[in-house]
Design a protein around this ligand. Structure first.
Ligand code: HEM
Length: 458
């Protein structure tokens, strides 16, 4: 007499799709075709729940929480019901750093990093450095050129800028060497973690090891320079982390610093490359918006001495320009979404999400839902005026305790670039309506070639 006890769990509606692959291909296909919101939208329509559905992605059972309510729930329950989670290749490649640890230790590490990158610290000190690097980049890579491929050029800029602000690297060969290792590394982050010679993941792991060796050498040399008074404690992120402790006198270890710099270089350079590239695309498509941005930037420029660098106060004045950037990120969020793990059985929307399941929130579907934005397909920066969108409908940087750590860095970087590019050039898009694909981030398929028309404004 076998007694079987079956407890019926009321799982969210939805389908696990194929064995192992689950519905991964449907998600990837929507991204490749440039409509990342389609995956969520189709399943909401099919399963009849606009709050949550189940699926299986990347080999894991997953609940997708939809819309502002889902975003609010996930952002508000970090370390209580859910915790940040990244797919296996990410965890394997990064080692111990902010995104692979949780709880109090993660809170501590985030605080240490925010003492450099946080809104109070960063913008007030580093606007001028951003401006210097941006001007140099434009002089070398844009001025005197008739045509530029925006994506690859801006990618150089974002990497150079991060290398300068994190580690004071300036030497082009050194940056290029690190950059080429980094490109191999990036290709393995969104792959299956198969450790076999020849796979992208295998090469990425080797590249990560080589980058770590390089970073450790830079860190050790810097420690000596600091001791000998040849480097300053505030010159960049690296000096800051080596010389700052918490209130109990605890410092990040050298290995922690190396892993977190690797993370920041990763998290911070493709995201801003994509944002700037799409901004240039949108301004090319909307000359009226370009004119208004130029007007705002010229007012800022004219209030300054010739050659004077941007300051924090100037960045604060770029109100309309920032609304334009926000609208660009609304229409094409650079990060489509991110994951969490259920720490306990979760009751949500009348369903149970079992402990251990992964959860997914998705910016693209929230940003493109007509329930959240009036005239949702229209490019309209004015929707960010006044009180702006309702809470949790506009989430390009996520939210809650895991909100993007580099938001301030990104804001400054994009605006410093915008200031310098519009005050020097107008441009035409050489491929009108160039298609975007998400792999995993929005990229124009031909790299956004533009024709430049320089203008003098001072
Ligand atoms: C426009 C550019 C950017 C966008 C749209 C963006 C977006 C995001 C999003 C959506 C998340 C949250 C993921 C989650 O919910 O788990 C995130 C996390 C993060 N971002 Fe950004 N990001 C940008 C630029 C940057 C930059 C420039 C840096 C570094 C300087 C950076 C560093 C990070 C880090 C370290 C995290 C992880 C935070 C944590 O787990 O505590 N990001 N970013």
């Amino acid at each position: 007499n076998l007694k079987s006890v079956t407890t019926k769990i009321n799982l969210p509606p939805g389908s696990f799709g194929w064995p192992f692959l689950g519905e991964t291909l449907a998600l990837l296909r929507a991204n490749w075709e440039g409509v990342p919101e389609r995956f969520v939208r189709e399943r909401i329509a099919k399963h009849g729940s606009s709050l949550v559905f189940k699926t299986s992605l990347l080999g894991d059972r997953m609940a997708v929480l939809c819309g502002p309510a889902g975003n609010k729930f996930l952002f508000g329950n970090e370390n209580k019901l859910v915790a940040v989670w990244w797919p296996t290749p990410v965890r394997k490649l990064f080692g111990r750093c902010l995104i692979t640890i949780r709880g109090d230790e993660a809170k501590w590490m985030r605080k240490m990093l925010l003492s450099y990158l946080g809104p109070d610290a960063f913008a007030t000190h580093y606007a001028a450095t951003m401006d210097v690097v941006t001007r140099r980049h434009i002089d070398v890579h844009w001025r005197g050129k008739e045509e530029v491929k925006v994506f690859e050029t801006v990618k150089l800029y974002a990497f150079e800028l991060a290398c300068r602000l994190f580690m004071s690297l300036e030497e082009p060969d050194h940056i290029a060497k690190l950059g080429s290792l980094f490109n191999i590394f990036l290709k393995g982050v969104v792959e299956l973690p198969i450790e076999f010679p020849g796979t992208r993941f295998f090469s990425a792991k080797k590249a990560a090891a080589a980058i770590r060796v390089e970073l450790m050498m830079i860190i050790k040399a810097r420690r000596v320079e600091l001791e000998e008074g040849k480097a300053s404690a505030s010159q960049d992120l690296l000096s800051h982390l080596l010389t700052s402790s918490d209130e109990n006198g605890r410092y990040l270890t050298e290995k922690d610093i190396a892993n977190n710099i690797l993370l920041l270089l990763f998290a911070g350079h493709d995201t801003s490359t994509v944002s700037i590239t799409l901004l240039i695309k949108s301004l090319g498509e909307h000359p009226d918006v370009y004119d208004k941005v130029l007007k705002e930037q010229l007012e800022i420029r004219k209030a300054k001495e010739a050659g004077e660098l941007l300051k924090w106060e100037d960045i604060q004045k770029m109100r309309y320009s920032w609304n334009v950037v926000c609208e660009v990120m609304r229409v094409n969020p650079p990060v489509v979404g991110a994951f969490r793990e259920a720490l306990v059985d979760i009751e949500y929307g009348g369903y149970t999400i079992p402990k251990g399941w992964k959860l997914y929130w998705n910016a693209a579907s929230t940003h493109k839902d007509k329930a959240n934005f009036e005239d949702v397909t229209r490019f309209d920066p004015s929707r960010f005026e006044g009180a702006g969108p309702t809470p949790f409908t506009f989430v390009p940087f996520g939210g809650g305790p895991r909100m993007c750590l580099g938001k301030e860095f990104a804001r400054l970087e994009v605006l410093a670039f915008l200031h310098n590019i519009v005050t020097n050039f107008k441009w035409d898009l050489l491929i009108p309506d160039e298609k975007l694909e998400y792999d995993p981030m929005a990229t124009p398929v031909k790299g956004l070639p533009v024709r430049l028309h320089p203008h003098r404004v001072d």
